[in-house]
Design a protein around this ligand. Structure first.
Ligand code: SF4
Ligand code: SF4
Ligand code: SF4
Length: 507
């Protein structure tokens, strides 16, 4: 029987949300919806996501117009200044650490594709599978009706390898984005197009879960975030018959990110769309505040390699944009300098360090740690597998990488922040002065504070990296001495990375 006539009451959730090792049970959480009822009220409105996406879509349209018709001078064009300086800084320094993937709540890229799938901007489409009453148009998934291809994404691609490679490829050309507005137009325009086409062919947020290049690092670093969407009481879910958070209801769509919200244990693939908050028949889904680094389990090598890529990129960008070696910057800046040989060296160094060198150092450190722990092990307990240890010890790169990125982004913002005021008054660089700020002088904001902010940030990253790594070591290697020995080589590698960053910034 076709999908149109036989509904699928409980859609199959994405493999990405299959539970892994349990996160710590001694959880400290604050139910934000109970603390701030007006926030819960807003999140439950059907118009909520449309209301936050629409202004963002209008802004992005303005940016694209400025990129096409505005000045080609990067720091005078709003698309460069707002996307690569302001947006990036806000995303990495505030939104992800404190609000998880809240950017995805307001992101405009899936707007047109989701419209094609739903043929609705605000209302949802639902029907009753038993009585076949309700909205019977389109294709049934759970209790909702959709349009478009609704195909399943190939199982072999249900991971973030495409995102890893896509992000690394984009970042290889970062100097072009930062200097050429038209290149940024091509990148953002392509993302809109690709998102729309994939939404039209594949079901729900397949593009976001498996393809969007921004998604990979959002998913990785959202693990450290102090915000989460979770059920209030899993006991209520255990007896719940409707499973509306997964299958949808007349109040909304089943989880568009193909998750099973009641079993959510990590932030990685939750786009904070608030559909489960609306659909749950028992008012059991909520938004909680939690301590930093509460999700601590990487589930696969794709996620571990994302962590390696992000660390390598943070180091490479710090060398390029903060280091004293102009030659590296010239190599990376293929658009301006045109040194293809130098660019090839730069690209080869970036790709090999991200995909091979740093992972190889980790493999060696993990292997050495296991040998050392074996010698100190006092129990007959089965030795954890290499994969389990590797993924556990790769996790500390999440807080370390996040803080390294904040450390890199902060001085960029302090130095270039005054361009924001300029382009607000003259977004196209055409000589306008809408708010009287177009001609203010370029003024770095407290540039001498840089090291005083960067050192504590890096040390905070190292603290959380060592803390979470130690916790994993104790979990995997019972007995204090074995755990210490197992983690020691990786701890030395992590410390070495931080010493490198410190040398770069303040050495
Ligand atoms: S995953 Fe990418 S396209 Fe999807 S909402 Fe997030 S940033 Fe936007
Ligand atoms: S979150 Fe709500 S709808 Fe989903 S299983 Fe739990 S109680 Fe049921
Ligand atoms: S429905 Fe719930 S679990 Fe799924 S993405 Fe939206 S907020 Fe996250």
């Amino acid at each position: 029987m076709s999908e149109t006539s036989k509904p699928d009451p409980l859609p199959t959730p994405s493999p990405a949300c299959v539970p892994g090792p349990k996160e710590a049970s001694n959880r400290f959480r604050i139910d934000l919806f109970r603390m701030l009822p007006p926030v819960a009220w807003i999140a439950r409105r059907r118009w909520f996501q449309f209301a936050v996406v629409l202004p963002n879509l209008l802004f992005f349209s303005l940016f694209l117009l400025a990129g096409v018709f505005g000045t080609p001078v990067g720091n005078r064009n709003i698309i460069i200044v707002f996307v690569w300086i302001l947006w990036w800084f806000l995303l990495i320094s505030l939104l992800v650490p404190f609000a998880s993937r809240i950017w995805c709540t307001a992101c405009p890229f899936p707007f047109f594709g989701e419209w094609i799938q739903r043929r609705a901007l605000i209302r949802s489409r639902s029907f009753d599978p038993r009585t076949q009453k309700g909205d019977l148009s389109g294709i049934a998934i759970g209790r909702n009706r959709y349009f478009g291809g609704n195909r399943r994404w190939p199982k072999a691609l249900t991971n973030i390898w495409i995102q890893n490679v896509g992000f690394l490829a984009l970042c290889t050309f970062s100097a072009l984005f930062l200097t050429r507005p038209i290149v940024t137009v091509v990148v953002l325009g392509s993302l809109f197009l690709l998102a729309t086409v994939l939404h039209a062919v594949y079901r729900q947020r397949t593009f976001c879960s498996y393809v969007c290049p921004v998604s990979g690092f959002l998913s990785l670093f959202s693990m450290a975030s102090t915000l989460e969407v979770r059920p209030r009481d899993t006991g209520v879910c255990a007896t719940c018959k409707e499973k509306a958070c997964l299958a949808g209801s007349e109040k909304g769509w089943g989880c568009p990110w193909l998750l099973y919200p009641s079993k959510l244990e990590r932030n990685n693939y939750c786009g904070l769309c608030m559909e489960c908050v609306k659909t749950c028949t028992h008012d059991n889904m909520t938004v909680k505040l939690r301590p930093f680094c509460s999700d601590t389990h990487l589930k696969g090598y794709d996620e571990a390699w994302k962590a390696f890529i992000m660390l390598a990129l943070a180091a490479a960008y710090s060398v390029l944009y903060q280091g004293p070696w102009g030659i590296f910057k010239d190599w990376a800046n293929i658009g301006e300098v045109g040194n293809w040989k130098g660019f090839a060296v730069y690209a080869a160094a970036l790709w090999s360090s991200s995909l091979l060198l740093i992972p190889a150092v980790f493999v060696a450190a993990v292997a050495l740690g296991r040998i050392l722990a074996r010698r100190r092990a006092k129990t007959e307990a089965a030795e954890p597998s290499f994969k389990d240890v590797f993924l556990a010890f790769a996790y500390p790169l999440v807080p370390l990488g996040l803080l390294a990125w904040v450390t890199f982004s902060l001085p960029l913002m302090l130095v270039n922040g005054s361009y924001i005021l300029m382009v607000i008054s003259d977004p196209f660089g055409w000589g306008w002065n809408l708010f009287g700020t177009a001609r203010i002088a370029w003024t770095p904001i407290v540039p001498h504070w840089g090291p005083y902010l960067q050192v504590p940030l890096l040390l905070t990253g190292l603290y959380f990296a060592l803390k979470t790594g130690t916790a994993h070591a104790r979990r995997l290697f019972p007995g204090g001495a074995a755990a210490r020995k197992a983690f020691a080589p990786v701890a030395a590698v992590l410390t070495g990375f931080v010493v490198f960053f410190l040398w770069l910034y303040v050495g």
